[in-house]
Design a protein around this ligand. Structure first.
Ligand SMILES: CCC/C=C/C(=O)SCCNC(=O)CCNC(=O)[C@H](O)C(C)(C)COP(=O)([O-])OP(=O)([O-])OC[C@H]1O[C@@H](n2cnc3c(N)ncnc32)[C@H](O)[C@@H]1OP(=O)([O-])[O-]
Length: 295
């Protein structure tokens, strides 16, 4: 598969290169003055308005198995993009062969209950679940075990037509540990989640879409382009209101309908305390495009 850089060049017809690899004259990529030297991921800022943070998992020899150093880097990249006011949404992708083939089995082979517990195994995952901005997974290839859980940690999953999802932990004598037993039933219902978790069988992209795990399926080579377009579309709205909308939808997974509706109403009322709500409604009435200020 072409690299993220090559793909985004093709997609957007502009110079889009790895921020670490080129001089800051490239024009299209936003360069961080202190761009971290990542080893297991690549980051770029893409989109015609340079407002989409793109993270590519890049451990090709291990099919992007999620070793701790990778996750530390991924967490840092997500936190950095979340803090950056010029970024509207974040896209996480892998390679054509693998989004991620799971937690790193070789790394955790000799873990013990005690080392997991004392070492805070999986702690970095919270950096992604705590992100206030929309995070979109663009999944080509294998999304297995922790890879499927990482995709489910994202707010929206788009998939390439050859993607394969699964929770095969049962094959290696353990169970999903980063949300597979909790998020999967919420996406696909109990019977299908049980089948996936108890058999370890893989499901393809179209099945995943039918089940509601994935929102759309694209040809492999169009996936990233379409996902970036989605992020850009979200980026046309008020970042403040997008954040509130994300919080409100996520609350549906945390509570009863009654208290969820109460939460939604208080957030809805709260939008009337923002400049962007006023601007949005005023722009509609004045038949012009809104000029959101994130306030
Ligand atoms: C997060 C919380 C809890 C989560 C738990 C989990 O996710 S448990 C995990 C749940 N996931 C699984 O159980 C899936 C495990 N993976 C597989 O079943 C297969 O690799 C495959 C079907 C994805 C692809 O088959 P294929 O014949 O096309 O490719 P190939 O097999 O030749 O692999 C190429 C190289 O990548 C390596 N590597 C791959 N995955 C991992 C990994 N997770 N780890 C480490 N390494 C991994 C593989 O060893 C090989 O390296 P080598 O030996 O050349 O140095």
């Amino acid at each position: 598969m072409a690299s993220v850089s090559a793909l985004t060049r093709v997609i957007l017809g502009k110079t889009a290169l790895n921020a670490r690899a080129v001089a800051p004259s490239a024009g299209f990529v936003k360069f961080y003055s202190a761009a971290p030297a990542y080893e297991n991921i690549k980051t770029e800022v893409v989109g015609s308005k340079k407002n989409v943070g793109l993270i590519q998992l890049h451990r090709p020899k291990a099919l992007n198995a999620l070793c701790k150093p990778l996750f530390v880097e991924l967490g840092k990249a997500v936190v950095d993009f979340d803090k950056d006011d010029s970024i509207a949404a974040i896209v996480i992708t892998g390679s054509e062969k693998a989004f991620a083939a799971g937690a790193d089995i070789k790394e955790m082979q000799n873990n013990t209950y005690s080392s997991n517990n004392k070492g805070g195994f999986l702690r970095e995952w919270e950096d992604i679940s705590n992100c206030g901005k929309p995070v979109i997974a663009a999944v080509n290839g294998f999304a297995l075990g922790g890879g499927c859980e990482l995709a489910m940690l994202c707010d929206i999953i788009y998939a390439g037509e050859k993607a394969k999802f699964g929770q095969p932990e049962i094959n290696i004598g353990t169970i999903p540990g980063a949300g597979g037993t909790q998020r999967l039933p919420r996406y696909v219902g109990k019977s299908k989640a049980m089948e996936i978790v108890l058999t370890g069988n893989f499901i393809d992209a179209h099945e995943a879409e039918k089940m509601g795990l994935v929102s759309k399926v694209f040809p492999v080579d169009k996936l990233l382009e379409e996902t970036i377009k989605l992020a850009e579309r979200i980026g046309t709205h008020s970042p403040l209101i997008v954040k509130l909308a994300k919080q409100a939808v996520n609350q549906a997974y945390e509570t009863t309908l009654k208290s969820g509706l109460q939460f939604e109403k208080s957030i809805f009322y709260g939008t009337f305390a923002t400049e962007d709500r006023k601007e949005g409604m005023t722009a509609f009435i004045e038949k012009r495009a809104p000029n959101f200020k994130n306030e």
